[in-house]
Ligand binder design. Structure first.
Ligand code: SF4
Length: 364
């Protein structure tokens, strides 16, 4: 029995039961693949159900406001995925009459869809024999065949693709691709692979050469960049004694674009709380140095993103309502209920959770 038949028999007995499996609807496959990029399956399943419930097809997704899409994505991270999905749905409705592409080449033209996702959709939904090479698949191939190419380079991608094409089952490319992914996730795991019980342990070159931990060969990771964020919960009670505060929507080519957050000051280096009030940024809002009170100790979070380490302090500052003219020009005024309905980053959600604990950071 050859490699793909053995793998497919293993998959028939051990493959994961996932909500989008068994469906050949390209829309569902597309949504699941985008949600699962950089996301654990257990975390992605709930998002998948909520997303498909809210936007059961490409037209409902295209017609939805971006804020609604981002709000459903809240907490999942990598928000460009949601923005791209929304834009892609609009493009499909406007330029393709609402009909999803039916080929690998067609999917590659869709915003936010790379070669892995295009191959996954084309093979699962349209049985096109193209290998879907994610981290799991490359790890499996690199170990079994002792492939030393670095997988995230042009040369490496070509080598993995050629190898996968040679061994893939062309009659069942969707099952084959999913089988490789599941095998990588369940048996040939990144750390502590289950080599003793593995069905390929008699021919896996990395195992036979006792070099499993040397595969896959990776590029050196770029250094992580430190960023220093200072967020301000500028608040006051309005005439109805309801707490109001200020927020803004992030724009520009940076993380968390189109998400909402508290007013932010970013500095190139760490800053002591006492130094804040001498900065020009602060004086713009309080030119006479009056009209504010720091009401709680700052709350600190270290928040890790793929290439960034964010050191964030949140300050609760009660402001005098007569001094809020400049705030109203620079930011939007809101209250907790309205803020809850808007899309926010994971970091802001962490703060809101902490702030909800009695008296810790004020009334937010
Ligand atoms: S023997 Fe080990 S390294 Fe080789 S394929 Fe199996 S689990 Fe992976």
């Amino acid at each position: 029995m050859n490699f793909s038949s053995r793998l497919l028999s293993w998959y028939a007995q051990n493959g994961r039961q996932l909500p989008w499996r068994g469906k050949v609807n390209p829309y569902n496959v597309w949504i699941s693949e985008i949600i699962l990029q950089q996301t654990r399956i257990e975390q992605g399943i709930g998002y998948y159900y909520r997303f498909i419930d809210a936007f059961p097809d490409v037209r409902t997704l295209a017609e939805a406001p971006l804020d609604k899409v981002l709000r459903l994505w809240q907490g999942l991270g990598y928000y460009s995925r949601a923005r791209n999905l929304h834009q892609a749905a609009g493009d499909i409705v406007n330029n393709l009459n609402g009909v999803l592409p039916d080929s690998y080449a067609g999917w590659l033209k869709i915003k936010g869809v790379g070669s892995y996702t295009a191959a996954a959709i084309a093979s699962i939904a349209f049985k096109e024999p193209v290998p879907a090479l994610d981290g799991n698949a490359c790890r499996v191939f690199s170990r079994i065949f002792a492939l030393k190419e670095v997988m995230d380079t042009g040369k490496g991608k070509k080598a993995f693709r050629e190898l996968a094409l040679e061994v893939m089952d062309e009659q069942n490319p969707g099952d084959f691709n999913q089988a490789v992914m599941d095998f990588g996730a369940l048996v040939c795991k990144p750390v502590s692979p289950l080599c003793r019980e593995c069905l390929f342990n008699r021919e896996c070159l990395a195992f036979l050469q006792k070099k499993v931990q040397h595969f896959p060969v990776r590029k050196k990771k770029p250094a992580q960049r430190d960023r220093y964020f200072h967020y301000f919960y500028f608040y006051y009670p309005d005439q109805n004694k309801q707490t109001v505060f200020f927020i803004y929507k992030r724009t520009g080519n940076d993380i968390w674009k189109n998400l909402y957050e508290l007013p932010l000051l970013e500095t190139p280096d760490p800053l002591l709380p006492n130094d804040l009030t001498s900065l020009d940024w602060w004086k713009k809002f309080f030119p006479d140095g009056k009209g504010y009170t720091f009401t709680h100790a700052p709350v600190f979070f270290r928040h890790l993103l793929t290439h960034q380490k964010i050191h964030a302090n949140f300050y609760a500052v009660r402001v005098n309502p007569s001094k809020t003219n400049t705030f109203e020009k620079a930011f939007e005024k809101t209250n907790r209920e309205a803020f809850d309905a808007l899309p926010k980053s994971g970091l802001t959600l962490r703060y809101l959770k902490t702030a909800g604990k009695a008296g810790k950071t004020g009334q937010i």
